[in-house]
Design a protein around this ligand. Structure first.
Ligand code: SAM
Length: 200
């Protein structure tokens, strides 16, 4: 974990530069199967938060179309502006802000959707991430989505390992679902797991 010096990925500029230069190999242009199935099973009105939503406007749109109340937050102005343009009428679902410090008021969410946000954070922030997720979920709320597992090569991404997940989640979250992912992007193939963690 300490083998690679930390790059500046805890700063919005790092990500804005990537969006501006088009160096965004994590970006999806489809809604993955497990996410679509999960969204279809949600009750109308379920309250969803997507932290580090980047340019993934399709996912925001899919939750919205299913009748969910959806908020997404990203601290890169470039990503937020682009996603807002694509979303048009749903654009006010998107917040320009820092997931760790933005004031969501008294609202608590039924689901926090994860994809390539946790692995974009330096591991020193992972505990803060889980504390923040726990703070923003309703009791028994779910942290659900795609989690990256594997070896760290040229971070970010910073993948999880089984050992580190066993240290991070238990005690606060219970693993309800853990599945291999068949339709990952080539760069993540074999590394993504669809997981649903319930807040205890
Ligand atoms: C690898 S991208 C993933 C984007 C999106 N989840 C997706 O799947 O396409 C990571 C995103 O997290 C955002 N980010 C990183 N730290 C953040 C923070 N503290 N608050 C809000 N957004 C953050 C970055 O701006 C970037 O858009």
């Amino acid at each position: 974990m300490d083998e690679f010096p930390e790059v500046d990925c805890a700063q919005p500029d790092f990500w804005s530069r990537r969006y501006q230069s088009g160096e965004t190999p994590w970006q999806l242009d489809y809604v993955p199967k497990q996410l679509a199935t999960f969204i279809n099973a949600l009750p109308v009105g379920a309250e969803i938060l997507i932290p580090g939503s980047g340019g993934d406007w399709r996912t925001i749109g899919a939750f919205h179309q299913a009748g969910c109340y959806i908020k997404a937050i990203d601290f890169s102005p470039v990503a937020v502006e682009r996603a807002r343009k694509a979303l048009d009428r749903v654009a006010d679902s998107l917040i320009l802000g820092d997931f760790f410090s933005y004031d969501f008021g008294p609202r608590r969410f039924d689901v926090i959707y994860e994809r390539t946000f946790l692995c974009s954070l330096p591991p020193r922030l992972w505990k803060n991430y889980l504390n923040r997720v726990a703070q923003l979920l309703r009791p028994k709320g779910k942290l659900a989505g795609f989690f990256l597992y594997g070896e760290e090569t040229d971070p970010p991404p910073y993948p999880l390992t089984e050992t580190c997940a066993k240290k991070l989640f238990p005690g606060r979250f219970e693993l309800l679902r853990n599945e291999a992912v068949a339709d990952s992007l080539p760069i993540f193939r074999g590394m993504e797991k669809w997981q649903e963690w319930a807040l205890l």
